[in-house]
Design a protein around this ligand. Structure first.
Ligand code: PAF
Length: 282
């Protein structure tokens, strides 16, 4: 497995890859778990070569979020990726990706989808995500890029960016990987104490309950979601939102919509957890 530690190195190593091979790309912020590895594995079913980036992107953290505390586990991450047979790992520095500094760097903004749900509380977060993903896609030039459905809003925002800017890459969505108790795998789970880890699966259980109710004919999305917030708060969560929205444009779901997802964000012991469930067939 090759490692490119800066953009110039990346360019050279990409040029050395087989000309006709397809490249699948998995951008990450490291601290890899089975969720990330499922993206890599799916990548290998679609392309001969898989390139992974590990970059904790400061541009997507707000001043109130602790960038320095984000778990960095590079050696372990490289070992896991080598075991998966990954072709090339790109581990750039902040100076390499943002040479003129964060403020001076060109930003990519996707309007509309980014000022609701997580965008309401995490102002500027999605601009940081789309700016770095756009840059990484330009540097790696993959045929396919893979993103997890756990961050469904992020996935929809990136799809819109790629469509709006005519970027020549296929965006592939990979289902959320879950613990046996339903908890969505996330790097943030490592912040939780064992007590909180016992409570955290309630997030998914509550989303499932809404999904079941909708499958059973219920359509009072606001009432169903408010009940989730109340139940989670009673368990010790501090809920940010639980909302039913249309996947096509993230507008609030109406009774006759058929592409509805329930999105939820709630903090437990100060750790912000997000999850969602797509209700497609009913
Ligand atoms: O989902 C993530 O880990 C990040 O938002 C991403 C897509 C790697 C961009 O920094």
């Amino acid at each position: 497995m090759e490692i490119a530690r800066n953009s110039q190195d990346l360019r050279q190593r990409l040029a050395e890859l087989q000309g006709n091979d397809n490249i699948a790309f998995v951008p990450t912020m490291g601290n890899l778990h089975d969720g990330h590895l499922s993206l890599v594995r799916r990548g290998f079913t679609m392309a001969e070569q898989v390139v992974v980036s590990i970059f904790v992107n400061p541009l997507q953290f707000s001043p109130t979020e602790d960038l320095d505390a984000y778990p960095r586990t590079l050696e372990q991450d490289l070992r896991l990726l080598a075991e998966e047979g990954v072709t090339l790992v790109f581990t750039p520095s902040v100076e390499d990706l943002y040479p003129a500094g964060l403020q001076a760097h060109t930003k990519v903004t996707v309007p509309g989808l980014t000022d609701v749900l997580c965008g309401r509380q995490r102002v500027g977060h999605f601009d940081g995500v789309t700016t770095v993903v756009c840059k990484l896609l330009n540097l790696v030039s993959p045929d396919i890029a893979l993103f997890g459905e756990k961050d469904l809003q992020q996935l929809l925002v990136i799809r819109k960016m790629v469509a709006d800017l005519g970027m020549p890459v296929q965006i592939e969505a990979v289902p959320t990987q879950r613990d046996t108790n339903g908890l969505a795998l996330s790097s943030r789970n490592s912040y939780l104490t064992s007590e909180a880890l016992d409570v955290a699966p309630a997030l998914y259980r509550n989303l499932m309950a809404v999904s079941d109710a909708v499958q059973g004919g219920a359509r009072d999305y606001i009432g169903l979601c408010n009940a989730v917030v109340q139940r989670l708060n009673a368990l010790g969560f501090i809920s940010d939102y639980c909302e039913a929205r249309r996947c096509c444009d993230l507008l609030p779901a109406q009774e006759d919509d058929t592409d509805v997802a329930i999105f939820c964000a709630a903090s437990l012991e100060g750790t912000r957890l997000i999850d969602n469930i797509v209700i497609e067939h009913y």
